[in-house]
Design a protein. Sequence first.
Length: 160
Amino acid sequence: MDYFNFIIDNRRLLTFGFLFTWLSSFGQTFFIGLYNPHIMSEFGLSHGSLGVVYSLATLTSAINLIWLGRLIDKMDLSRYSIMVTATLAAACIYMGLTPRSIIFLFLAPFSLRLSGQGLMSHLALTSMARYFHQGGERRSASPPSDFQPEKPYYRPWLWP
C-alpha cells in the first residue's frame, strides 16, 4: 500500500491523531511560556518562584498521568476523548480566570499539563497504535510525539 492510499483509507483516524496532537499544545511548555511575563507580573513572582510552581505542577501531573492514562484502556475512545477535551477546555478557562493565589496558580498549570501535554498526546499516540490494523511503521510515525505543528501558527497571533 502506498502512502497516499494509506492516508485516504485512514483519513478519519489520522485527522483525529493530528488534531489531538495539535490540541496538546495548550499544555506544552512553549505555549505556557508565552505568558510567563504576564503571570509573573500578575502574581508578583520571580522567575525562580514561578519555576518552582511550574515544576511542581508538571511533576504532579506526570504522576497523575500514570493512573488517568490507564482509563483509555477501560473506556470507549469517543467518551474518553470528550472527557479529555472538556477537561482541557476547563483548564484553559481556569488559567484565564485564576484568582491571585499561589495555590490556584499551581492548579492552573497542573490541569493544563495533565490534560494538554499529558492526556492529549497520550490519546493521540495510543489511539494511532491501537486502531491502525495496517501500515505498521506508518501508524506510529503519523503524529510524531516531538512534532508540534501548532508552533508556527500560534506565534504570530499570541506572542506577547
